[in-house]
Ligand binder design. Sequence first.
Ligand code: EPU
Length: 426
Amino acid sequence: MSLPFFEINGGNRLRGTVRISGAKNAALPIMAASILCEGEVVLRDIPRVADVESLCELLQKLGVETTWIEDNALRLIVRDEMNCKAEYDIVRKMRASICVLGPLIAKRQKAQVSMPGGCAIGDRPVNLHLRAMERLGADLDLVGGDIVARAKKLVGTEMFLGGRFGSTVLGTANAMMAAALADGVTVIEMAACEPEVADLANFLNQCGASISGQGTPRIIVEGVKELHGCEYRIIPDRIEAGTFMVAAALTNGDLKIENVRLDHLMAFVDCLSGVGVHVEKTTLGAEVTSSRRLEPVEVTTQPFPGFPTDLQAQLMTLLCLADGNSVITDKIFPDRFMHVPELARMGAQLRREGGTVIIEGVKRLIGAPVMASDLRASAALVLAGLVARGTTRVNRIYHLARGYERMDEKLRAVGGDIQLHPEGGV
Ligand code: EPU
């Protein structure tokens, strides 16, 4: 089979303006929440990425009509509530499919959702999602690899959603969506504080829900009888914005980044400033420039407002060129290091010890054929290609298409020499 690949000739300074798309990780749970609503939901700034298309496919199977009414505007209307089954075929492609669990139980009183398996970034348990559903009164079974849930009526309760690795983003989303239609008040302790969770709460409130505390570790949901539709704009993608910030820094460029919320990127921008990268707030977003000398840093990923795991791989590419030794520890996904051996193929000096990687800065990276493995690791390799001497071929770029909207086009528009070849990759 011959697959598409990117060919990147490194060395160009990136200059110009990039507009950031709506956040994939806010869009997915908000789209799933349409299952809860009576009437039409119109979502603006939905990124046209493969994960969004996969969720549209799943929602259609679940009786939700999904129509693109403009480039990035999606209309969702529930037409049929008979099917409650999310099949393995889609769930295995996209783990975020788990976020139909809460809405299906709350609205249709039953759900059958294939248990997601592990993925390239490690084990990804769903025990906290299940705990939330059980606390709200659902009966759960595991049948043939499917989570089968039933509940006549969900009842508000207190729940603690902390696990070994801290809070859970989609687990909190599932709990909020289910509690929105439960009888009485639900208090979620150790809720995820990520902006995407707050965006979901804000969307649900516009549909008539009564949720407070979003953005803090204690979310309170007062159940309501029914939710209606609404029109809603998704927040900007902080991870895409961070990825372009690294692109500017790596190429000693000057990028204006539009549609970015710096208050969603505080830990990341703070880390960049330690490296010697300047991020200035502008009226439309931010401008990123960097000094020639990059300083090494020590970083640990943490739940929001800490440094996001979804920017760990991209930061590693930047630190490969710092003047000294850096240390990155991923505490959220300690196995999320598939980019390490690929960056090493490009001349990076990296040593992994468990959930930590020690990065010895080198003078330059050298172009090579590399293999993308998961979404953010792929972004890290594209970034490496933009700065490497010579030509880099990034294979398996379908991973990138899952979460970055027109990445190659956006990079070309600011001077990146990156071409998509529809076939010839491995
Ligand atoms: N965890 C549990 N039990 C659970 C759920 C999670 O132990 O029931 C653990 C996980 O294994 C992990 C930690 O808790 O160690 C945090 O996982 P979380 O549940 O927060 O991750 P998620 O909700 O499945 C979302 C994003 C990920 C992002 C993580 C962490 C979406 C669709 N996905 O996943 O995004 O890395 O939060 O911020 O929102 C990506 O976009 O590339 C991506 C992987």
